[in-house]
Design a protein around this ligand. Structure first.
Ligand code: EPZ
Length: 432
């Protein structure tokens, strides 16, 4: 789905969101399945010699790309419902995945772990994804090599080969979601036990482990400081699994309620996955009712200032940092955000400054001098979560905001403008 080409190309297709504000968002929103779980569970199906049905699958472009990749590898994919998919991986061909398919997004690196586990070899293009900084994969490679694989990165490809995968003790030098999941994928069918020390503990890590265990794997401790994987001979399918609700989407709507001074009931989510976000929005003056599988957030005053530091789970999530930045742009006083995960996750602040925000971003920190209100302007999405932040800003701002580069947002949010429209936002997707 293309959203914008430069107009010197004769103005091929120009998608944009046109938002008129300010609107105080009110009503209920249903959260979809988690993108970062779905893009790991789909490649994990390659480890299964069977058919599995996956429910609560978000209908987003990253999922669609993964379905195309799995079909390229010989899987049979059937959408059996709006958010339900059946994956038959009994006839997988252990071949290379075309680079132009894997360079579209970051999560393609999970093909390494799953094809290594299934075929003993994998060749995948160096992954793409949001431009947030270097995004190295040294910890993934460290894990694969510890299991007995030989890994080379040449000519824009990552090539991994292993005559046999044998369990080992792996210490992660840095907490990495991707490397944790990739080592799990490569070790579920390995011989012996693999221990991962210092793993990431995000809800999507637990979800991938739960999915694999449902299919016959033996993974213990996902979500804790040590994960143990006892290798098994085979994973059988013929089971239905439901993807965990997306805590980042839920947090996006919580922060939209705060920025727009609205009142939103966020349904089909897991409140405990958002403890750090609940704590911080209460700190800035929001009212929160934790209802377990839904969260009620309402805000009837200007947010107070705050200091935010993004950390691996259960710390404040980096994927909600831009959305929090919109709230702090409107806060009473000066706030600071320290972004400890990514080197370059403040590109959105330049766009907010076009709307009248007063933000000074320097390296991994940004200072927010709160203003009373933002004013609509043409702005450009620089990455997925920055896109969500700009939509929230447009809804909270006075006047008209036009948001471009929509392919970013379509990667990770299902029908986002429809969900916001149901909450009262005046938002339209326009194709010129
Ligand atoms: C996942 O990215 C998510 N993407 C990101 O969400 C999220 O921001 C990130 O985890 C952190 O939570 C998916 O799950 C598809 P990491 P990932 O490995 O796995 C460094 C979104 O908006 N690192 O946990 O790439 C790395 O540079 C996206 O949904 C190494 O040094 O992140 C970073 O500083 C954006 N070596 C830190 O670790 C490695 O081998 C965390 O990265 C791997 C990572």
């Amino acid at each position: 789905m293309y959203s914008i080409f430069n107009l010197t190309n004769g103005g091929i297709i120009l998608d944009k969101l046109v938002i008129n504000g300010p609107t105080r968002l009110k009503g209920e929103v249903n959260i979809s399945g988690a993108k970062n779980a779905a893009v790991a569970i789909l490649p994990a199906t390659l480890l299964i010699n069977g058919v599995c049905t996956i429910d609560n699958m978000p209908n987003i472009s990253d999922v669609k790309i993964y379905c195309n990749i799995l079909e390229e590898l010989g899987a049979k994919i059937t959408w059996t419902g709006k958010n339900e998919i059946q994956v038959d991986t009994r006839n997988i061909s252990c071949k290379n995945v075309p680079i132009d398919m894997t360079s579209k997004f970051r999560a393609s690196y999970y093909l390494l772990g799953s094809l290594l586990g299934r075929c003993g070899s994998a060749e995948v293009g160096v992954p793409g994804g949001c431009k947030l900084g270097a995004r190295p994969i040294d910890q993934h490679i460290k894990g694969f090599e510890a299991l007995g694989a030989k890994v080379d990165v040449t000519g824009g490809k990552i090539v991994a080969k292993a005559k046999k995968l044998t369990g080992n003790h792996i210490y992660m030098d840095i907490v990495s979601v991707g490397a944790t999941i990739n080592v799990m994928l490569a070790s579920v069918l390995a011989e012996g036990t693999t221990t991962i020390d210092n793993p990431a503990k995000e809800p999507h890590i637990v979800d991938v482990a739960n999915f694999l265990n449902t299919m016959g794997a033996d993974i213990r401790g996902a979500g804790t400081d040590v994960i143990k994987i006892n290798g098994v001979k085979e994973l059988k399918g013929n089971i239905t699994y439901s993807v965990v609700p997306d805590q980042i989407e839920a947090g996006t709507f919580m922060l939209a309620a705060v920025a727009s001074r609205g009142d939103i009931l966020i349904k089909n989510c897991v409140a405990e996955h958002l403890d750090s976000v609940i704590a911080k929005i209460v700190e800035v003056g929001a009212n929160v009712e934790d209802l377990g599988d839904s969260i009620h957030v309402w805000m009837n005053k200007r947010p107070s200032k705050a200091i935010i530091k993004t950390l691996p789970y259960p710390g404040f999530p980096t994927d909600l940092q831009p959305q929090m930045g919109v709230c702090l742009s409107l806060a009473d006083g000066t706030s600071i955000i320290n972004e400890s995960i990514w080197e370059s996750r403040f590109q959105y602040t330049e766009e907010l400054n076009k709307m009248g925000a007063k933000i000074t971003a320097q390296g991994k920190s940004a200072i927010f001098e709160g203003v009373k209100s933002l004013t609509g302007a043409p702005v450009y999405m620089t990455d997925l979560r920055a896109g969500a932040a700009l939509i929230i800003a447009g809804i909270s701002a006075s006047g008209t905001t036009e948001v471009y580069n929509l392919d970013h947002i379509d990667r990770g949010y299902e029908n986002i403008e429809e969900k916001f429209r149901k909450l009262g936002a005046k938002i339209q997707r326009v194709t010129e």
